[in-house]
Design a protein around this ligand. Structure first.
Ligand code: PLP
Ligand code: ZN
Length: 421
């Protein structure tokens, strides 16, 4: 057994995997952090051994909580490219800029790593019905893995969920319910809690406090980055942040590799949040106690719909990640996110949804504020595909001109619209 125990992040109570725990029985909304027996892990996982394994998430099987390979439900997630961004780097005056392109995952976002683990655990636990509260990406992902495993998925999404994500959900066969967001509190989470507390659904949101297993998936992003940089540690990693589960996972990945002696040290981890909802960065600015983060007081206002968690469920670990790696928080406006989307697509050929491009917006801001040195190795996580939210993309770009098939109209339009032939 690679998992030694699970320990509640709030009350410290421990559990064994055999007990199949999900939430702390003290009902304190602590996350059951998974502790690995690194001695056991090291017996089969080494840097040498990794040379012989396929480049996808499950190459790190020993560091994922699924007790046997027989339970693994995979669509080939992970193994995403770390792209050297030379044109963008030149524009920003950075020599070593990399994009970790998570849009390449099976359903177009990094959430596939989380949901592959979650559905694998649902199989181990024997659940047939799962429920998720999500802005859309985690739900789309759960729906795909649920389809693959034969687990029924109920998806509770906000009424303004992006149409690309809703269409994915419906096609994968999820039972989708849009919930109106009327107050500051996330109504999808409120409704999800009813379904698992009263009706016995498997809770599978991408928040560690409701499902501690899935948060292990995204930590493989850090592991891949280290391997892709030939076992070196970047200087800074920019993480778009909502519930801070991704940030938590990223931190955990570096912890695991340090514990195994594969690396020695940490990059600075940077949380990027939108102006219209930034409870975690606000807490970081106030040097708040990680267990005392105040929720955002209003409904979120941002085009980055994946970053709209008014309460960062995994903010305790997220905040610790910033404190302990000498990282920091950055707030970006919607305009800055739009600018980052355009730069990513037009200079590097990577089309991201607003939440997916927020990390780059954060880097641009940090560069302006002299928080980044030109020689540093910088990794920006690009977390969700642009095709998920084409309505927003088309609003930004506008529609292209339409002409009749005549040479005159064609050349005139090129002159007027695109500045000449
Ligand atoms: C594209 C995208 N990026 C980043 C995030 C943020 O992840 P987290 O909520 O774990 O902080 C999300 C969450 O939905 C997302 O969909
Ligand atoms: Zn507890």
């Amino acid at each position: 057994m690679y998992v030694e125990k699970l320990v509640c992040s709030r009350c410290g109570r421990s559990y064994f995997l055999d007990e199949k725990p999900l939430l702390c029985i003290n009902r304190d909304l602590g996350r059951l952090d998974i502790h690995y027996n690194y001695e056991e892990v090291a017996k089969s996982l080494s840097r040498e051994e990794l040379k012989h394994r396929s480049f996808y998430m499950w190459r790190y099987f020993e560091l994922l909580p699924v007790p046997s390979r027989d339970y693994v439900v995979t669509l080939g997630e992970g193994g995403t490219p770390l792209l050297k961004a030379s044109r963008l780097g030149e524009k920003l005056g950075l020599k070593n800029l990399y994009l970790k392109d998570e849009t390449r995952n099976p359903t177009g976002s990094f959430k596939d790593r989380a949901m592959s683990v979650s559905i694998s655990m649902a199989k181990f636990f024997g659940f047939r019905r799962a429920v998720i509260a999500s802005s859309g990406n985690a739900a789309a992902s759960l729906a795909a893995y649920g389809a693959k495993a034969g687990v029924e998925v109920y998806a509770l999404v906000p009424h303004f969920a992006a149409s690309g994500k809703v269409s994915q959900l419906l096609m994968y066969g999820a039972k989708v319910i849009k919930i109106r967001w009327l107050e500051a509190e996330d109504p999808t989470v409120k409704m999800m809690r009813i379904l698992y507390e009263k009706y016995g659904f498997y809770p599978s949101p991408s928040f560690g406090v409701f499902n501690p297993y899935q948060v292990e998936g995204p930590k493989t992003i850090s592991m891949e980055i280290v391997e892709q940089l030939s076992w070196s540690i970047p200087d800074q990693v920019f993480v778009p942040t909502g519930a801070a589960s991704l940030l938590t996972g990223i931190y955990k990945g570096f912890i695991d590799f340090n514990e195994l002696g594969f690396i020695d040290g940490y990059p600075k981890l940077i949380a990027v949040q939108p102006e219209g909802n930034h409870p975690l960065v606000r807490a970081w600015r106030m040097r708040a106690d990680p267990h005392n983060i105040k929720p955002w007081e209003k409904p979120p206002e941002t085009i980055a719909t994946g970053l709209e968690d008014t309460y960062p469920w995994d903010g305790d670990m997220g905040l610790k990640a910033l404190y302990e790696t000498s990282g920091y928080g950055v707030v970006v406006s919607d305009g800055e996110i739009i600018n980052a989307m355009k730069l990513l697509a037009s200079l590097e050929g990577v089309f991201a949804e607003p939440s997916g491009a927020a990390g780059l917006a954060g880097l641009i801001k940090a560069t302006e504020e002299k928080l980044v040195d030109k020689d540093e190795v910088i990794v920006v996580l690009v977390t969700g595909h642009g095709l998920k939210d084409i309505d927003t993309a088309l609003k930004i770009t506008g529609e292209p001109p339409t002409v009749n098939p005549s040479e005159e109209e064609l050349t005139n339009t090129i002159r007027i619209h695109y500045g000449g032939l």
